[in-house]
Design a protein around this ligand. Structure first.
Ligand SMILES: CC(C)(COP(=O)(O)OP(=O)(O)OC[C@H]1O[C@@H](n2cnc3c(N)ncnc32)[C@H](O)[C@@H]1OP(=O)(O)O)[C@@H](O)C(=O)NCCC(=O)NCCS
Length: 188
């Protein structure tokens, strides 16, 4: 994906929604600012130019940004001689005033379509246990009981939350990703 893609769809309640999908360096300033504002309010950080997303989806309802999701291409060393590459999904969120409307799932599914089109597979994400059913609705499966993040000190930081994976390719098996704890690498 090189340009910003814009699409219009109807949401679960048949309201018109605008879907934007972009690489972090291609978005308009207005979209970047709106996204940064939403992320700052929900996560510890907003858009990070040092760690740009490979693809980021924004869901708009009229002029209101209601949900977003992003992924970053990367690889994971599952064994000394086995590196798997794909995309790490993160920053999946919806605006607090628009929860339970299906918008987060719409953002996630649009992002997954982009990952499939680009071949950025498998997808990996790390979430709190309460969100396993949410991601499960989109086809994600738990593959590990925890993940290890690398730190500047060189030591790994163990996070016990589940790691989930998704790979729609016909021959794909997620069995090989069942490595606990999963080597997530640097945090995103
Ligand atoms: C998690 C989050 C994205 C869900 O957003 P949302 O707008 O409520 O999600 P949607 O409306 O798209 O939900 C779609 C489905 O997932 C379900 N779901 C949403 N959150 C859930 C939760 N915490 N536990 C179980 N199911 C959940 C909904 O009930 C709905 O299912 P239904 O269609 O059967 O009713 C939102 O709560 C959020 O932004 N949280 C803060 C940021 C965050 O923690 N992101 C996750 C990073 S891993």
């Amino acid at each position: 994906m090189t340009e910003v893609s814009v699409q219009h769809i109807f949401g679960n309640h048949q309201e018109p929604l605008g879907l934007e999908c972009w690489r972090d360096d291609r978005a308009s300033a207005a979209s970047r600012n709106a996204c940064d504002h939403l992320l700052q309010g929900l996560f510890e950080s907003g858009l990070d130019p040092q760690q740009p997303a490979s693809a980021r989806v924004l869901v708009w309802r009229e002029q209101q940004l209601v949900a977003s999701a992003a992924c970053r291409r990367r690889g994971w060393p599952l064994a000394a001689d086995r590196m798997v590459s794909g995309a790490h999904v993160g920053y999946v969120c919806s605006h607090p005033d628009f929860r339970g409307c299906g918008y987060a799932l719409i953002a996630l599914r649009r992002l997954m379509a982009e990952m499939e089109a680009e071949g950025w597979l498998p997808g990996i994400l790390h979430c709190v246990p309460a969100l396993v059913p949410f991601y499960g609705q989109a086809g994600w499966i738990s593959v590990a009981a925890g993940g290890i993040y690398s730190q500047a000190s060189g030591e790994g930081r163990l996070d016990p939350d589940p790691v989930m994976a998704w790979d729609p390719r016909p021959q794909a098996s997620l069995d090989g990703l069942c490595v606990s704890p999963f080597p997530l690498g640097d945090d995103w």
